[in-house]
Structures are given as structure tokens and as C-alpha cells.
Design a protein around this ligand. Sequence first.
Ligand code: FAD
Length: 384
Amino acid sequence: MNFDLDDESREIVALARRVAIERLRPAAFERRHTYAPPTENLKLLGELGLLGLALPEEYGGGGRSELDAVLVIEQLAWGCPVTGARAVMAMTGPCTFIAKFGTEEQKKRYIPPVCAGEERWSISLTEPEAGSALTDMATRAEIVGDTCVINGGKTFCGAAADSDHILVFVRFGPGVSGIGAVIVHRDTPGLTLSPRHEFMSGSSWYELFFDSATVPASDVLFDGDGMRKLLSAYSLERTATGALCLGIAQIAMDMSIEYAETRRQFGRPISDFQMIQDKLARMYIKLESARLLTYRAIARSANGLPSRIDSSAAKVAATVAATEVCHEALQIHGAAGMTREMPLEWLYRVVRPYQVAGGTTEIHLSMIAAELVGRRFDHRHPQS
Ligand SMILES: Cc1cc2nc3c(=O)[nH]c(=O)nc-3n(C[C@H](O)[C@H](O)[C@H](O)COP(=O)(O)OP(=O)(O)OC[C@H]3O[C@@H](n4cnc5c(N)ncnc54)[C@H](O)[C@@H]3O)c2cc1C
């Protein structure tokens, strides 16, 4: 496996690092109080050509590899976690689905504004009775003439009110093969959003209510076979989410190294104590091993979409490592780490939910085991 980057990739990652230091980090920790959309940062990233890095050049993207995109996401997340999360959605979210499965008209309409940092997207899969059991989704879509009419309800849709469009997974027919996906503008008649709810990080989520919400039929991305397409294209976003968490946990790692050297107790830096050394070394190993799995998942993927086992392994490794690193960073900082003045407790609150978002750790472990033994586990009838 070769992770060597060519000169152009090195320059792109170095540019992302510079932007992270000079433009993103100065206001990064203030964003935790409001979670206002980082509009100006996304415009800047769009102007620099970073947001559409792995999207096709003919639609305003950079035509670079998914590995470049993931390395850049890690740097942006290190610079500013809120901007990094938005970059994951722009660089590996709904536009990846559109680039892979969309019509020419959809590609021309929807990909360029995302590459330019001008439009934002959310993705909506989860329903109150369909979380891990996603194929139980009941929200229905029906093509009526040249329109598509949607009825039902979704939940836990991240940042929906701050997005221009939502890629909504719906049911066109019975069974797994009946699941499809529709592009829905946030202001579509018949779509109502709940008031703003918050995850533990402070980021927003919304319920979506569809009451004969009507969109043009040309905005149907696929009217069936949605789960297979979802699982293939979502593997990139999941792996990128792992990279996001690694970038955020690196902030906690950096702060811990500095604090261990500057905080003195018993007349010496706390880094002199072997139990602190043990923590720093183990944090480093966790981050680096998860990084290797993440980069490998991308580097050996076909068409930039990692295999199911690789993306699940990378996602679990990265999100668990990030949570553990942030947890240990809190301990190294003592009482200072437990305060709200420091961003450390927030970093923990940002990474922890990613063990649930994008498929829970348990579901990913089950998918890995299924690949290992070469058969599908039936979660509905576990004894069979
Ligand atoms: C921060 C965050 C952001 C999110 N953003 C979005 C978004 O933008 N759009 C969207 O559609 N959704 C979003 N979600 C929802 C997310 O996709 C779901 O929370 C996730 O799929 C799990 O569903 P659930 O919460 O209903 O948990 P449940 O499915 O109810 O699971 C509860 C517990 O049971 C375990 N469990 C369930 N089934 C099994 C099984 N077969 N084997 C072993 N254990 C099992 C789970 O692992 C979990 O520990 C987000 C969630 C979070 C936390």
C-alpha cells in the first residue's frame, strides 16, 4: 500500500494547513457557542478550490483523489471543527451521490454551487421508528406526472434549517429495493421543519414533516435500489467522518503535549510523571493507528468508494480513538480541562456523538463480522 503523495497533493494539503492556521483557527472555538453556519469560511474554501476537491472538474470540482479530500478534511477539522463538519458534507456528502448517480441536469445544477461554497446540504435518512433499522423507513414518495409527492416524517436531520437542500431517502415501493432518494429544497411547499433541537455538541438537528411536499420529478435522484447505492456512496462520507474526528482529536493531543510540558506540580513538569507519559504515548498510538486504517480504506478503494469492511473499520477506529484521546486530554488538564473556558470539554462533546451518527459502532462491528464470516446477519431474526 502506497500513501506517498505527489507534489500537487502535498501542496494542496499544505494549503489546507495554512488556511487552518491563519483563517480558521482564530475564530474556531468561539463557534461552539452559536454554531452559526461558517458561511465566510466555506466561501473561502470554495475560492481556493478545496471544497470540490474530489468532485468532477466539469462541474466545478478539482478532479483530485478522495485521499486528497480526506487529508484536507483532517486539516480543516483541526483548524475549525464546525467548518470541518460542513466540509465533510460538501466534499463527500450528497454531491458524491449526485456525481455518481445523478442525471446530467442534476450534476450541472447542484454540484458547482457546493464546490464554490455557495450552497449547503443536509442528508436525511433517520425516522423515529427507523434508526439502525433504516430499511423500516416509511416516508413515501410517489411520482405524479412531472412531480414527486412526499408524505411522512424524518428526525435527527443535522443542520437542516441552515441548508439549501436536503437529500431525503424515501420509499417508492415495498422492501429494500423500494427505497430511493429525492433532492428537496428546504423551502419546498408541504415541508415543515420542527424548532431547532441540539445534539450534545451544540450543533442543530431538526424533525422534518412532509405533508404532500411536492418537488419536480427531475429532482428524484433514484426511485429504487437506494440502499445499495446508499451503502456504496455513504462509505466515503463515513470514512471522511472518521478523518474529521481525527483532526478534532489532534487539537486535544496538541493541547495535551503542550500542557504536560508547561504545567508544573511537585516542582516539575507533569510530563516527567510516567503515568502522564503513558497517556501521551497511548493517545499518539491510537490516533496514528486509526489514521492508517482511514488512509488505507481510501487508498485501496475502487472508484474512490471504500469497501464496506474498510469503511466500517476506519469509522469505528477513528471515532473510538478520537473519543478516547479527548477523554484522556481532559484528565491530563486536571480541573482546567473540566472548565467551560477551555474548548477541551467541547471537543469531547463534538467527537463522541460520531459513534452513533453515520451508523452506530455496534452496527459497524456487526457489518465487519458479517464480512469476515461471509454471510449476512439477520437482525430481525437473530436466532436464525
Ligand atoms: C450527531 C448526530 C448527527 C446525526 N445526523 C443525522 C443526519 O444528518 N441525518 C440523519 O438522517 N440522521 C442523523 N443522525 C441519526 C443517526 O443516523 C442515528 O442516530 C443512528 O442511525 C442510530 O439510530 P438510533 O439513534 O435510532 O439508535 P437505535 O437504532 O435505536 O439504537 C440504539 C442502540 O441499540 C443498538 N442497536 C440497534 N440495533 C442493533 C443491532 N442489530 N445489533 C446491535 N446493537 C444494536 C445501537 O447500536 C445503539 O447502541 C445523527 C445522529 C447523531 C448522533
